[in-house]
Design a protein around this ligand. Structure first.
Ligand code: PMT
Length: 427
């Protein structure tokens, strides 16, 4: 059954205006409910999420529906409840891929041992597991099960696997259980889960801060029809802009030629060449607190852009030599600004070998506060991919972040950058 109809459909639930949170305002939470007795708490959880301003879509497994009805969840979420993967009617509306893309956070509460082991095995044998495979958004699980099941090595192995893939666990709590036993395995209370969800969006960490981010490639003109460029898609920089805005910053995104929509609440300036980028950055530098350079800037440009299209000599096989000159190093020029004008400066390093070693060299040479190194020899991450894996480096700090979607990674990076920024300000 899908897209239920009830008189309560879309009945508004008032957010708690003035409450210290509303920290989930405008956030889209996909709530997965699997088959455990704690599913009764998911009704209250749905209410709480909406009270805090979140939009909620509920996905239920077959077993989940044995514990609580989709109708209840539909009334509380104000949205149709999704239950089937192979439902042509539902797929024609908001299908599983749209749902996976829609979510800012996938929260599975309760998450049973069975669900976690299916997810750890990479199965996509129902709507919820398929969504978890398809989404690029963060996934959080609120485990709920008998303490023996929780402590079983098979469950613990699944948890280890899921954590290594970047899945977050909320709980479980310890205490007396529905089955009469005492131990770990109780699902956290709805208010605690809502707190954890809010924590995933790191509100306030950049509130009131001004952040400039460069993104995408530059194009260096050879003549009016040809140019030199690189494979940057802008995805990493745009994801960072979105995450920084989400964290409360006023974001200016200076973007090379890319085919991406501007994230909400982000101001955008478009540029083409490295020289344009230099000008746009310095024209807008006043009062910036943080500068993040994800743009793949061409180090060289043709010494001259030919005024007309370069023609082949029909009588010769001779090659063409183009004289190239150095472009300005934009991030180094930002890092060299005098005290008081200089923002906290974060570079990216795209490397194909000795990734961390070369990145450390750039950190020093360009006088940066932080550098984020990525291995662009691996085509599944880095340039033009939806995923990335990076090492975050500061003078006294180094941390590797495993492969994840650029959106997820961007949120982690924003948190780490804001922490380093605050530490530097205290010194
Ligand atoms: O855009 P995507 O497809 O999502 O791919 C993301 C990415 C791989 C482009 C991104 O994650 C990345 O690594 N960006 C930096 C790419 C790069 O040019 O690295 P670099 O090592 O050449 O430069 C180091 C730093 O100096 C960068 O912050 C760069 O923006 C900056 N730079 C470089 C040259 C120059 N003339 N001016 C600069 O400001």
């Amino acid at each position: 059954m899908n897209c239920l109809h009830s008189p309560y459909y879309n009945r508004p639930i008032q957010p708690e205006v003035g409450h210290r949170m509303l920290r989930l305002r405008n956030k889209r939470i996909l709530l997965g409910i699997t088959g455990g007795i704690a599913a009764y708490k998911s009704a209250e959880l749905t209410r709480e999420l909406r009270r805090q301003g979140a939009e909620v879509h509920v996905v239920m497994t077959r077993a989940g529906q044995e514990f609580i009805t989709p109708l209840t969840l539909q009334a509380l979420s104000g949205n149709p409840v999704h239950t089937d993967l192979l439902d042509p009617e539902a797929e024609a509306g908001m299908g599983h891929i749209e749902l996976a893309r829609w979510a800012d956070l996938v929260l599975v509460a309760p998450a049973t041992a069975d669900f976690m082991s299916r997810m750890a095995a990479g199965l996509g044998n129902d709507l919820l597991t398929t969504l978890c495979l398809a989404t690029h958004s963060p996934i959080a699980l609120a485990p709920a099960m008998n303490q023996g099941m929780w402590q079983d090595p098979a469950t613990q192995k699944s948890i280890e696997t899921l954590k290594s893939r970047g899945v977050t666990l909320f709980g479980p709590a310890e205490g007396s259980q529905a089955c009469g036993e005492v131990g770990p395995g109780r699902m956290l209370e709805p208010v605690e889960l809502v707190e954890h969800c809010a924590g995933m969006f790191q509100f306030e960490c950049l509130t009131g801060k001004r952040v400039m981010i460069t993104a995408g490639p530059t194009r260096e003109a050879i003549d009016p029809v040809r140019y030199i460029t690189n494979h940057s898609s802008g995805k990493m920089g745009f994801a960072l802009a979105e995450a920084a805005a989400e964290a409360g910053a006023e974001v200016l995104l200076v973007a090379g030629p890319v085919n991406l929509e501007t994230p909400e609440r982000v101001k955008r300036v478009n540029i083409v060449s490295a020289e344009d980028l230099y000008k746009a950055v310095h024209d807008n530098m006043d009062d910036q607190d943080i500068f993040i350079g994800t743009a793949a800037v061409a180090d060289y440009r043709p010494a001259q852009c030919a005024p007309g299209k370069l023609k082949k000599d029909p009588n010769s096989d001779a090659g063409l030599t183009i004289e190239m000159v150095r472009n300005p190093d934009i991030i180094a020029s930002v890092a060299k600004l005098p005290e008081g004008k200089r923002p906290f400066t974060v570079g990216f390093a795209a490397e194909t070998s000795d990734v961390v070693g070369y990145a450390k060299g750039k950190l020093q040479r360009k006088s940066l506060n932080m550098i984020i190194a990525n291995d662009v020899s691996d085509s599944s991450i880095g340039f033009n991919s939806d995923n990335n894996a990076v090492t975050v480096i500061a003078p006294d700090y180094e941390e590797a972040i495993p492969t994840g979607s650029k959106r997820t990674l961007a949120r982690q990076l924003v948190k780490m950058i804001s922490q380093q920024f605050e530490q530097t300000r205290k010194q």
